[in-house]
Design a protein around this ligand. Structure first.
Ligand code: GLU
Length: 444
């Protein structure tokens, strides 16, 4: 049996970081097991689903490198749902109900007022054929409920949450189809999971009670249910479910200069007992992926942690991986010199401007300026072919007696216009003799 997972977003908006995490875990688990990772577009809600969102979902997965092994769309499968629905209606496992939203609301309030759980009372099951015909002639259209088997205990061993148990008597028969004929997600999802031979459903813990009802749907369709992993949800740094997290997607991360590897390294590990580490290659993350390592507490997503991780990823990226995003003329030697100072790849352009110039002239005290006149003379006489920075600073140490900060800082300021930056030994050969002399003289 091939392990098969699926990521099943509704194309009613763009993916947020919580969705990306679910997609990633589905992909990682499938890759680890040598299985298949499918993308299923849950577009039963035709009014709210939009093609541009389908496209952005594909693009976002592509950016992360989570390439699905297959794609399905619920809107293309309505006939299939219809056929299985008809069978279950005929078998009495799905039944029509006619209560309006207001009536249902009232029933719930009455039960809650009596301190009882607000479970649907199955009044619709008491309707005879005549009652239904009468309602229909009055223009009341049925919605459809799946009839839970109250005698069948609902239990499963969740890969994250451990043993789960629900008493079907305490649950309402779920509505699976609206009065206008449109589908709610519950039933089509089960049909798809059966038809696509999904072996593992990985999703957020907000779906746990859906799973309880869906397990009986698998059974009603004569299928063995898949295994389930319900992950604790993502929370923001402040420890709460934040609006902000719901709006953070790939566009935001890309604009912030976050590399896909950084997002993967973070989302692969937060919420688990494993440390977050700057893996450029997903292989070790996949290798160590295990639902048993996930905790029940919410996973904490911290943008500052992501930014730090990103810098550590950028410091490892090879020239070929970034060349297309670097300014013209920037060589692999320049990349190697500048890379350790970057928080994002885009910042390389700032340092390349520092190399190429013009730079803002440094405003130095007179004492340093006089000293830079000497520095320029020493620099002019240097052998530039080997290690000009050490040659320059060693010569200046000897001839002027300066050392430490009073030696290095005026040089750095004169040569780069900045007090901090990449290792000068790596930078100076890039700046080169002519620009070095010009900058030292300009600052002097
Ligand atoms: N479309 C559903 C959602 O986004 C899918 C849930 C599932 O994975 O079954 O919540």
């Amino acid at each position: 049996m091939t392990v098969t997972t699926r990521f099943a977003p509704s194309p009613t908006g763009t993916l947020h970081v919580g969705n990306l995490r679910t997609a990633l875990h589905n992909w990682m688990f499938a890759r680890k097991q040598g299985g298949r990772f499918l993308l299923r577009i849950d577009d039963t809600d035709r009014a709210r689903s939009e093609e541009r969102h389908v496209e952005s979902i594909r693009a976002d997965l592509g950016w992360l490198g989570l390439v699905p092994d297959g794609e399905a769309r619920q809107s293309a499968r309505f006939e299939r749902y219809e056929a299985l629905f008809a069978g279950l209606v005929a078998a009495g496992r799905i039944y029509p109900a006619y209560e309006s939203a207001e009536e249902l609301d009232l029933k719930r309030k009455v039960l809650l007022g009596r301190g009882l759980p607000p479970v649907y009372d199955r009044a619709a099951l008491g309707l005879g054929a005549e009652d239904r015909a009468k309602l229909e002639t009055e223009g009341v259209r049925a919605h459809w409920r799946f009839k839970l088997d109250h005698d069948m205990p609902i239990e499963w061993d969740d890969m994250v949450r451990g043993h789960q148990r629900f008493d079907p008597k305490t649950m309402s028969d779920p509505v699976i189809r609206r009065a206008d004929g449109s589908w709610l997600y519950l039933f089509p999802s089960v049909v798809d999971d059966v038809d696509m031979a999904v072996t593992h459903v990985v999703r957020g813990e907000d779906h746990v009670s859906n799973t309880a009802t869906q397990l009986q749907m698998f059974d009603a369709l004569g299928s063995t249910p898949p295994a389930f992993a319900h992950e604790a949800l993502l929370v923001g740094n402040e420890g709460k479910l934040s609006k902000r997290l719901g709006s953070l997607g790939v566009d935001h991360f890309r604009e912030a200069g976050i590399e896909p590897q950084a997002l993967i390294a973070l989302l692969a590990r937060i919420g688990t007992s494993d440390p977050v580490e700057p893996h450029v290659d997903a292989a070790p993350l996949i290798h160590g992926f295990d639902f048993a390592r996930f905790g029940r507490a919410p996973a904490r997503f911290d943008e500052a942690e992501l930014a730090q991780l990103n810098a550590r990823i950028v410091h490892q990226l090879g020239f070929d991986a970034v060349a297309a995003r670097l300014p013209d003329g920037m060589t692999s030697i320049a990349w190697a010199a500048i890379r350790p100072n970057l928080a994002t790849v885009a910042e390389a352009a700032d340092w390349w401007r520092v190399v190429e110039g013009p730079i803002d002239p440094a405003d130095l005290p007179d004492e340093d300026r006089a000293w830079l006149v000497q520095a320029a003379e020493v620099a002019a006489a240097l052998d530039w072919s080997a290690d000009p920075w050490h040659a320059l600073t060693n010569a200046l140490k000897e001839t002027t007696g300066r050392k430490g900060k009073s030696l290095f800082l005026p040089l750095r300021l004169a040569l780069t216009g900045r007090a901090h930056g990449p290792d000068m030994a790596a930078l100076l050969p890039l700046i080169g003799r002519d620009r070095t002399l010009a900058r030292l003289r300009a600052a002097a």
